[in-house]
Design a protein around this ligand. Structure first.
Ligand SMILES: CC(C)(COP(=O)(O)OP(=O)(O)OC[C@H]1O[C@@H](n2cnc3c(N)ncnc32)[C@H](O)[C@@H]1OP(=O)(O)O)[C@@H](O)C(=O)NCCC(=O)NCCS
Length: 386
């Protein structure tokens, strides 16, 4: 079996394989679903033909206020006759090499099955959540002086800027700049309502009513409470014809703190897993929470990573004036398995939890400094799945 880059001629065979695994129309579409530059892909092949496929979306994910290039692994599929023979494993191992070459120091994926990804170093770090609100309860939302109007094409840049103001303050969301994100497609949604602010937009609501039953809010983004109330009242205005609306949670706290009642959290929860692909590049790319201590400090770690050997070994993480660098060497006072790197980097799990899970060992004091770097533990969220 060989693994190679996907080529345009593979389109039909790969479509049939993906359809077999994930469903879709029987007829092969005439155009690919990945616009140029949006993704790269690998195929596995043997003398029977293409036996496996894996796609890597070009995304960027916010951590510490900076958008870190991220390989979004998706569409991992293996021909039924070839399953259980290590095809997915080979594709995952090769994807690490590919992502490192492409300058994607971290990788995130939504797993249908967990063991293959865990075996190759990805680990659970966060969720994409959808909440359900009862529209009659939203009537209690305070009145707002903020006026709203329908969005036009001229608003697209401001809608994105407004999204980024929220997304960049959270750990986990995409920056939605990749070629796969066509902002203009937002306007195809049934409802796109914006609120003007003194300097651009102060919030927007993008929602669809796909089945005539429930309203689905894809984005509810507000810079301030008056805008949040204005947009929630927009949702409330649907009460009567429909009973509830789902809201995808980009910023769960905003919804938690402003919806007046009847919020069903966890209506949909999708777990995602993250892996560090290139430790020094990942450390250089993210932002770090402002630490109270002004003095520089160093954290010595030793990484075990069979599938990304370039980042195995001892590293000294040096915190100085708000930035962190990873240099080879040091005492290796704390030992981390490859699977610990995702939860550590994203700040989703404390060193104590990683220790209990058998993914971290060594000095307790140095491990506590690892937590201080990222501000762990804290929730990590994505606003969409892929
Ligand atoms: C899931 C899938 C990609 C696995 O491909 P594969 O080539 O059979 O996987 P591999 O042989 O490389 O197995 C890698 C590891 O994952 C484990 N694994 C594979 N499929 C698994 C499954 N469905 N459930 C649990 N573990 C699984 C294997 O046991 C192996 O672990 P081990 O080496 O410790 O024994 C393949 O079965 C498939 O295409 N399924 C349909 C589509 C799908 O569900 N894709 C997953 C998207 S997240």
């Amino acid at each position: 079996m060989t693994v190679r880059s996907y080529a345009a001629e593979d389109f039909e065979d790969v479509y049939r394989l993906r359809r077999l695994s994930f469903g879709g129309p029987q007829e092969v579409p005439t155009t690919p679903d990945d616009p140029p530059g949006s993704a790269s892909a690998l195929v596995a092949q043997d003398d029977t033909g293409i036996t496996g496929f894996l796609r890597v979306w070009n995304y960027r994910q916010f951590f510490g206020g900076r958008a870190v290039p991220m390989g979004g692994v998706a569409s991992v599929s293996v021909q039924p006759h070839a399953r259980g023979t290590g095809v997915a494993g080979r594709l995952l191992a090769e994807s690490l090499v590919l992502m490192r070459e492409q300058g994607q120091p971290i990788s995130t994926l939504y797993p249908y099955v967990i063991p293959p990804y865990r075996r190759y170093g990805w680990e659970h770090v966060g969720t994409m959540q959808v909440a359900l609100v009862t529209l009659s309860d939203l009537a209690a939302t305070p009145r707002s002086s903020v006026a709203v109007r329908p969005a036009t094409r001229a608003d697209l840049d401001e809608i994105h800027a407004c999204y980024l103001r929220t997304a960049s303050t959270m750990d986990g969301p995409l920056d939605r700049t990749a070629p796969g994100f066509d902002m203009a497609r937002k306007l195809e949604l049934d409802v796109v309502t914006v609120a003007d602010g003194p300097d651009g937009l102060r919030g927007y609501l993008a929602a669809a009513r796909p089945d005539g039953k429930r309203l689905r809010a894809h984005d509810l983004v507000a810079d301030d409470v008056d805008t949040a109330h204005a947009l929630l009242r927009q949702l409330a205005s649907w009460a009567g014809t429909i009973t509830d609306a789902s809201i995808r949670l980009l910023n769960p706290a905003l919804v938690d703190l402003t919806v007046p009642g009847g919020l069903q959290r966890g209506f949909e929860v999708h777990d995602f897993m993250t892996r560090v692909v290139d430790l020094p590049a990942a450390v250089a790319a993210r932002g770090w929470p402002a630490l109270v201590e002004a003095k520089p400090f160093a954290v010595d770690i030793e990484v075990t990573d069979q599938h990304a050997p370039w980042q195995a070994g001892r590293w000294r993480l040096i915190h100085e004036e708000g930035t962190v660098t990873a240099e080879q060497g040091g005492s290796g006072a704390v030992q981390l398995e490859a699977r610990a790197l995702g939860p550590w980097f994203t700040g989703s799990a404390s060193s104590a939890s990683l220790r209990r899970a058998g993914l971290l060992s060594g000095s307790h004091e140095v491990a506590a400094a690892l937590d201080r770097l990222t501000g762990a533990p804290h929730p990590v969220h994505l606003g969409e799945s892929f």
